[in-house]
Design a binder for this molecule. Sequence first.
Ligand code: HEC
Ligand code: HEC
Length: 232
Amino acid sequence: MPQTTLESTMSHARFPAVAAVATLAVAAASLAAPVRAQDAAEGAKKAAMCIGCHGIPGYQASFPEIHKVPMISGQSGAYIAAALGAYKKGERKHPTMHGIAASLSEKDIADLAAYYEKNLRSPIKTVAATSAVQPSAVVAALLAKGACASCHGAGFDKPISPAYPKIAGQHADYLYLALRSYGPTAHTPAGRANPIMGAQVKPFTRAELKAMADYLASLPGELQTVPQSRFR
Ligand code: HEC
Ligand code: HEC
């Protein structure tokens, strides 16, 4: 984003005052509204190559084991962009998503992130904190030990940074697979190199990760699978 601003400023080099004002306006706009409707509309067209998996409710993937494809509609745009960047660079080793992400430009990634963040079913499912199931004492202790809510937020649906994922209500089998992917590579062939989560999952056994995944999946959340684009 800052680079784009810089480049567009340079193209206005003959009008320094105009350029400075334009730069400020762009910076303010991007702070206030990180997701622009224009990007989302572009993203809607590009999502044609995603809906075969992410737009079919309950669609199953078979690598490295059978699990449901993650819900990405309603996920934070900054996290979607970070995840796509990690697949592209190979920090997330999933072969299919690596192949897809490698074919995307930075602009494609920004558009798709904007699109999926906003492409929700209408009316948007509102989440009542009170409807959350209480964890068992065992799961509550695991979540406290990992301080999971300190990053993933209240109800695991309000992360403290938009670059962190919403995980409430995500598919249980996917969450379990994702958690194992951060562990030692022996856990799953499709490893994830993210150092934050790598440190988080270390103290837990696979059974404990599964217990947390099952609980998180049972929570009400904003994540959805939306077959039809709202932007068409
Ligand atoms: C062939 C099926 C398939 C297609 C097509 C596909 N995906 Fe995926 N996607 C997956 C699977 C399976 C995963 C889980 C990978 C893993 O375990 O890390 C995934 C993961 C993701 C994630 C990470 C979700 C999370 O919670 O971390 C994002 C973001 C994503 N895909 C976006 C896209 C976008 C955008 C497109 C289109 C440009 C796309 N995918 C196309 C199957 C697919
Ligand atoms: C210090 C902040 C922090 C803490 C504490 C934390 N997480 Fe995370 N979590 C993250 C970040 C950042 C990511 C995204 C990593 C990436 O890009 O792959 C993530 C990713 C995840 C994912 C993958 C989501 C997806 O859609 O693929 C799951 C599941 C998860 N965390 C669960 C947990 C659990 C369970 C705990 C507690 C044991 C926990 N996290 C503690 C920051 C944190």
